[in-house]
Design a protein. Structure first.
Length: 136
């Protein structure tokens, strides 16, 4: 089930882009500086997760609940787990609901300017590779 229809904005980072970025940071970066890296393709949680799970043959539902309901449900489940002294994590927590319904995008301007960073693989290419590997 989606929270707020999966409309939250997010950015992702393919492992090939991480490796490229780390290499640039090690060779061109300044000590003590922080650099952020992404695929530089803002998307929504729904768009990305739908495409990602499709590579594994999983279709996401169309149902959705408001974030306020999801957060309250998370609080309720946490209370039940605590009361019953269950060792596992509840299927939904307040934190997870809050994160899934909040925009989280990263700017890579500094990495571009100081390191010459640019992604080496797109989200579409990465998902195509994953789908290909799953088909094997």
């Amino acid at each position: 089930m989606w929270i707020d229809g999966g409309r939250a904005q997010t950015t992702t980072t393919h492992i090939n882009n991480v490796l490229h970025a780390v290499t640039l940071a090690l060779t061109r970066g300044r000590g003590g500086e922080a650099y952020f890296f992404t695929d530089d393709e803002p998307t929504t949680v729904r768009e990305f997760l739908t495409a990602l799970l499709a590579t594994q043959g999983i279709e996401m539902p169309n149902t959705s609940i408001p974030s306020s309901v999801a957060r309250m449900l998370g609080i309720g489940l946490e209370a039940i787990w605590k009361t019953l002294r269950l060792k596992s994590e509840p299927p939904l927590t307040h934190f997870a609901a809050a994160m899934a319904s909040s925009d989280c995008t990263i700017r890579i301007d500094k990495a571009r300017a100081e390191l010459g960073y640019a992604p080496v693989i797109t989200i579409k290419q990465g998902l195509a590779e994953l789908a290909e590997q799953n088909a094997l």
